[in-house]
Design a protein around this ligand. Structure first.
Ligand code: 6PG
Length: 485
């Protein structure tokens, strides 16, 4: 049975909003897309509505989808991360030929993408796990795309991916990220950074609202102003809009929204990866825990009636303090990105990836949720020195942190004295102070470990040589092993 001419440039499975918008975006850029959905009726609905008047072709079975695609076939899954991805891969394989490419554009775990790359390559197919960021709008008009996996697939998908991606100037916010799970790893860290940026803005809002006593409209204006300077970013822009938004009763909607944040897990994965690779990505970790704490609403309400904290009061120069808040946010944000890139560095080392840091900054510069002018500065730092060991050591960021430092310390201490939690801003500052300290009190921790568990320690003048002391005269001279997690 002939079920279709092979005219499709790419197939997309999954017609939820992200899938639909990506298809329309591909169509706008001259690619012929074959669309398929598990609930097949949705295919016709899509063709009769959103895709009406386009060149999009519908497929009503996997077999038809495969028959309508040019070879090597390129099929992008826009389905829920997890078992649905594996289910579709298994359904597809009998209809594919060696060299065909399966692309997963969901928020999948990078370890799954590593496994899928290995598995599909062993069967002669190619796999790409791609981060897609920018929400509905981005998918429709230019997302940030972060593809990784089978390198041989890149030349075959590059035109489509770079064609539909957001552009900064003429540069597409999409490039090949690296081996197996690298694309989804980079997207995961993007989302972790998104959590961090959002938490920082929320902390700034909390201080402005409860310590400075600003109204929503005043805060909206302050953020609109920030958005014209070094904090210029999508998240600051939308927050300014959110703060001034009024509902049908003419009241600020933000005040009516329950203060319990949800999360789908990518921030948690970033934190888990940070623990796994032993990199102190503290700000994202705090942002995840802040969401967890916020969601304990009932417990907090109960505790608030029993536990004392200071009543906020502000005395001082309001304008100056508001400016200092913007510096605290900026400095903390620099720390968060520095930590994210530290994680990339270590994961790349351990997983044998060659990550292009400047390329990652460019991919995030436009199209995605964390897009900002600031990412242009990160790109410049890595262009200047691709082997930069830490963003904080780049001249531009060294100066930026130094200029912001007084305000940052002022804001964190004011928040602490006024009983306002600032886990992201304060952990960023602690990280900075720790990273910038030649000596930390870990000598004492080593002594304690050796005292109670014979875990051994190194002497300052003999690093790498682990010794044990019988601290009490009661223990023996035998030490435990010196492995480190
Ligand atoms: C994007 C977003 C998108 C989404 C995440 C985070 O890049 O377009 O990161 O992936 O916002 O799912 O959602 P949660 O806050 O629910 O974890």
């Amino acid at each position: 049975m002939v079920i279709g001419e092979a005219v499709g440039d790419i197939g997309v499975i999954g017609l939820a909003v992200m899938g639909q918008n990506l298809i329309l975006n591909m169509n706008d850029h001259g690619f012929t897309v074959v669309a398929f959905n598990r609930t097949v009726s949705k295919v016709d609905e899509f063709l009769q509505n959103e895709a009406k008047g386009t060149k999009v072709i519908g497929a009503h079975s996997i077999e038809e989808l495969a028959a309508k695609l040019k070879k090597p076939r390129r099929i992008m899954l826009m389905v829920k991360a997890g078992s649905a991805v594996d289910d579709f891969i298994n359904l597809l394989l009998p209809h594919l030929e060696k060299g065909d490419i399966i692309i997963d554009g969901g928020n999948s775990e990078y370890l799954d993408s590593r496994r899928r790359t290995k598995d599909l390559e062993s069967k002669g197919f190619l796999f790409v796990g791609s981060g897609v960021s920018g929400g509905e709008e981005g998918a429709r008009h230019g997302p940030s795309l972060m593809p990784g996996g089978s390198a041989a697939a890149w030349p075959a998908i590059k035109d489509i991916f770079q064609g539909i991606a957001a552009k900064v100037g003429n540069e597409p916010c999409c490039d090949w990220v690296g081996e197996d799970g690298a694309g989804h790893f980079v997207k995961m860290v993007h989302n972790g950074i998104e959590y961090g940026d959002m938490q920082l803005i929320a902390e700034a809002y909390h201080i402005m609202r409860d310590v400075v006593g600003m109204t929503n409209d005043e805060m909206s204006e302050a953020l609109a102003k920030w958005n014209k300077g070094f904090l210029d970013s999508f998240l600051i822009e939308i927050t300014s809009d959110i703060l001034k938004y009024k509902d049908e009763k003419g009241q600020h909607l933000v005040d009516k929204i329950r203060d319990a944040a949800g999360q789908k897990g990518t921030g948690k994965w970033t934190t888990m990866a940070a623990l796994e690779y032993g990199i102190p990505v503290t700000l994202i970790g705090e942002a995840v825990f802040a969401r967890c704490l916020s969601s304990l609403k009932d417990e907090r309400v109960n505790a608030s009636k029993q536990l004392k904290r200071p009543s906020p009061k502000f005395t001082g120069d309001r304008q100056k303090f508001i400016e200092q808040i913007s510096y605290a946010l900026y400095a903390s944000k620099i720390i968060s990105y520095a930590q994210g890139f530290m994680l990339f560095r270590e994961a790349a080392k351990q997983l044998n990836w060659k990550l292009n840091n400047g390329g990652i900054a460019l991919m995030w510069r436009g199209g995605c949720i964390i897009r900002s002018a600031f990412l242009g500065d990160i790109k410049k730092a890595f262009d200047k020195n691709p082997d930069l060991s830490n963003l904080l050591l780049d001249d531009f960021f060294k100066k930026a942190i130094s200029d912001a430092q007084d305000g940052w310390r002022q804001v964190v201490s004011t928040a602490v004295l006024n009983g306002i939690p600032v886990p992201a801003m304060s952990s960023a500052l602690s990280f900075y102070d720790g990273f910038a300290s030649a000596t930390l009190p870990a000598n004492l921790i080593q002594a304690q470990r050796d005292y109670f568990g014979a875990h051994t320690y190194e002497l300052m003048d003999a690093p790498g040589k682990f010794v044990h002391t019988n601290w009490t005269g009661r223990g023996g001279t035998t030490s435990s092993s010196t492995y480190s997690a």
